[in-house]
Ligand binder design. Structure first.
Ligand code: GLU
Length: 355
């Protein structure tokens, strides 16, 4: 090859390398922390069957199904757990938040996506929005159809979640949850369907945004405290207190409440009827619980609305706490974190007004 041609070739290589480096530098660095769930589920290939085993495929294989994801961001995956989210527990939550806080503290990580089963996704999302110490985006995502199902929804949901995490508009929104092209605030999202694709909603507030043409667009944001404004994000803990949920119904007995108290529960969330109302025997049992130092929060088994303080139940006199609009499973998360700080009833009621 003549020396002129070699020069030309060298210039072309250097030019292309420079373009490649600039493109790489412009792209955000997104970490995907995988925990299992249907998004990593395996059933019969091409099947319409709703039966499959959750939490089977490793994160790298999930990423291989969405090659275009690498155009959105520099994406890396890490396996934190491999479980169906019905098995989600405090240990995985603590491991997850520690890893997220460590990663988001680094300059070379711009956002996190957490792949997660849908059953308890809302609880993990709320736990994280209260404990993540960063303004950078954290997005939870899952799927309703396994990775091998006919028309699996996981790949598109994963793509959308990375698009959200890589978009600067998502900074400061608190932890988000994204499925089926809708974006919800962690505090407000709840699972609304057992098997359908449109499986999430927010009973009182609706989505904060949508995915349009592969990009997030926001309309609202939650005003309640989260992430950097949450005092729980400064808390260092290796364990969470035992808090249980009791479901209310007509002709209820005190058996479950008494059993939880004697098994060492530090807090009980009552999924009461209507406005968090209590069957008389349940009210008596909860009074006994309070007398033993157990913190009692009244939530409701009703899908939407608030559990208002001092309504038909005199919370102040009975020493109970009203959950505001938090559903029982979310109220449980806030009570677990609140109990790390205090058992004072008024202080915990205040948390329920603020978070
Ligand atoms: N029960 C499993 C889980 O929550 C599968 C449900 C899902 O991911 O949609 O992980």
């Amino acid at each position: 090859m003549k020396s002129l041609e070699i020069k030309k070739l060298m210039i072309t290589i250097i030019f292309n390398l420079a373009i490649f480096t600039i493109t790489l530098a412009q792209k955000h660095n997104i970490m995907i922390l995988a925990t299992g769930g249907t998004i990593a589920g395996v059933g019969q290939a091409g099947s319409t069957d709703t039966r499959y085993t959750a939490g089977k495929l490793p994160i790298d294989q999930l990423l291989n199904a969405v090659p275009d994801i690498h155009k959105l961001a520099n994406v890396k995956g890490e396996q934190v757990a491999q479980i169906g989210s019905q098995a989600m527990n405090d240990e995985v939550w603590i491991k997850l938040v520690s890893r997220i806080n460590e990663l988001l503290g680094r300059k070379d990580v711009d956002g996190i996506v957490v792949t997660h089963g849908t059953d308890t996704q809302e609880e993990t999302a709320y736990f994280l929005t209260l404990t993540v110490k960063s303004n950078k985006p954290v997005v939870l995502v899952g799927a309703m159809r396994s990775a091998t199902a006919l028309s699996a929804d996981g790949p598109k949901n994963l793509y959308d979640a990375v698009a959200i995490a890589a978009d600067p508009k998502s900074n400061g929104m608190g932890v988000l949850q994204a499925m089926n092209e809708k974006i919800y605030a962690a505090r407000d999202v709840t699972k609304t369907n057992t098997t359908g694709l449109e499986a999430f909603g927010s009973s009182n507030f609706g989505p904060v945004g949508f995915i349009f043409n592969g990009k997030p667009d926001y309309y609202y944001s939650s005003t309640r405290k989260h992430t950097l404004r949450s005092e729980f994000s400064n808390e260092r803990f290796t364990k969470l207190p035992k808090v249980d949920i009791v479901y209310g119904y007509a002709n209820m007995t005190a058996t479950a409440i008494d059993a939880f108290v004697s098994s060492g529960s530090k807090g009980i969330v009552m999924a009461g009827v209507g406005n968090g109302n209590l069957y008389p025997e349940a009210e008596e049992a909860l009074k006994r619980a309070v007398a033993k130092g157990v913190v009692v929060v009244r939530s409701s088994r009703v899908f939407s609305g608030r559990t208002t303080i001092d309504s038909e139940v005199d919370d102040k006199a009975l020493g109970f706490i009203a959950s505001e609009d938090l559903n029982p499973q979310k109220a449980r998360v806030l009570l677990q974190l609140a109990l790390l700080k205090t058992t004072n009833r008024d202080k915990i009621q205040q948390y329920f007004f603020e978070y």
